[in-house]
Design a protein around this ligand. Structure first.
Ligand code: SAM
Length: 144
């Protein structure tokens, strides 16, 4: 079932990197840029979404290693994709919505990561999801 969109400004990878550098250098708390990759034959299509100026509640969804949402890039009458959250199981009233920041879904060839900074220059931010299968740190992709 569709839950909501991860809405925001679609930016080029160079601009995502620039914003990431700016964030790290100036200790700006804007760690919301989501980078999603689609593996299409031998190419990788990147979609970078920054909701800091224009966004919705999707930007407040935390990571979990055992999430109840999966994010997918979908295209509706446009080449520009929308990042859409779908429930992967029944969700109780009051249960926190979460998704895997690695975006991992081997079936559709999509992956991704939240660009992080400040406390996490080396991609070793401690994961606080509390699930039994917690991997210990938030997903981080240095190749973004
Ligand atoms: C998209 S924001 C999520 C909303 C954020 N918690 C807030 O209050 O604005 C992503 C940031 O939230 C924090 N975060 C999200 N999930 C986390 C987790 N499982 N463990 C620790 N920090 C987390 C990290 O600082 C991450 O960079």
């Amino acid at each position: 079932m569709f839950v909501c969109e991860y809405a925001g400004e679609i930016i080029k990878t160079e601009e995502a990197k620039r914003r990431w550098e700016e964030m790290n250098n100036n200790a700006i708390a804007r760690n919301y840029v989501l980078c999603l990759k689609e593996h299409v034959q031998d190419r990788i299509l990147r979609t970078n979404i920054d909701p800091i100026h224009i966004g919705n509640a999707g930007r407040y969804i935390n990571h979990s290693c055992a999430p109840n949402l999966q994010i997918y890039l979908v295209r509706i009458n446009s080449l520009i994709p929308v990042a859409a959250f779908f429930a992967v199981r029944d969700i109780e009233i009051g249960e926190e919505l979460t998704f895997d920041y690695s975006g991992a879904d081997d079936h559709c060839g999509q992956s991704g990561a939240m660009i992080d900074g400040i406390e996490d220059k080396k991609g070793m931010k401690k994961c606080l999801c509390g699930s039994e299968i917690c991997k210990g740190t938030l997903p981080f992709d240095q190749r973004l």
